[in-house]
Write a protein that binds this ligand. Structure first.
Ligand code: AMP
Length: 182
């Protein structure tokens, strides 16, 4: 299920660039202008539904916080469950966690140990808004696998292809980004 040129343009033009946020030199890709644009949000979710409806997925997992919005909406459309992967200290039950490096220092994300049921082998799609260096998504895909499931694909609205993240994540799972920024 390929995105048409018109559909890609509708999605791409709805994303707003904010220069020098959160710090000088970063161009922040603001997806709030996609979310409040009913045509763009509709085109996006319809495309994701058609792309993933025959993958026989068991769960969608979304990364804190923008991955929750797209991931939960998609899970509901596919008729399957949604699992949040959260920043450290937010999940109330027993968790497993992964540390990953940022430009300066470390961050940590967590998942509930029983998030994908107790049988093992659940097929999971990982969703986030954007992949940059890939540190967050690699840690998230590893968490899914450590929780006894299988991360069968990672899906992003935006891929920053001038960074190495997508290539590194491909060692762990298949990667799909709708809009590539060179
Ligand atoms: P990374 O771990 O470097 O791939 O960073 C990915 C995470 O940081 C995602 O959850 C994004 O939402 C966020 N992020 C990184 N860079 C940007 C950017 N230029 N614009 C918007 N979000 C970003």
């Amino acid at each position: 299920m390929k995105l048409s040129t018109t559909e890609r343009e509708i999605i791409e033009s709805s994303i707003r660039d904010i220069k020098d946020f959160p710090k000088p030199g970063i161009v922040f890709k603001d997806i709030t202008t996609l979310l409040n644009n009913k045509e763009a949000f509709g085109v996006l979710m319809n495309h994701l539904y058609l792309k993933y409806k025959d993958y026989d997925l068991d769960y969608v997992a979304g990364i804190d916080a923008r991955g929750f919005i797209f991931g939960a909406a998609l899970a509901q459309m596919l008729g399957i469950g949604f699992v949040p992967i959260r920043k450290k200290g937010k999940l109330p039950y027993t968790t497993i966690s992964q540390k990953y490096s940022l430009e300066y220092g470390f961050d940590e994300i967590e998942i509930h140990i029983d998030a994908f049921g107790l049988n093992g082998g659940a097929k999971v799609l990982l969703v986030d808004d954007l992949i940059a260096t890939g540190g967050t998504a690699i840690a998230a895909a590893e968490l899914i696998n450590q929780a006894g499931a299988k991360c069968v694909e990672a899906c992003f609205i935006i891929g920053l292809s001038f960074l190495d993240g997508q290539r590194k994540l491909q060692d762990i799972t298949t990667v799909y980004s709708l809009v590539e920024i060179n």
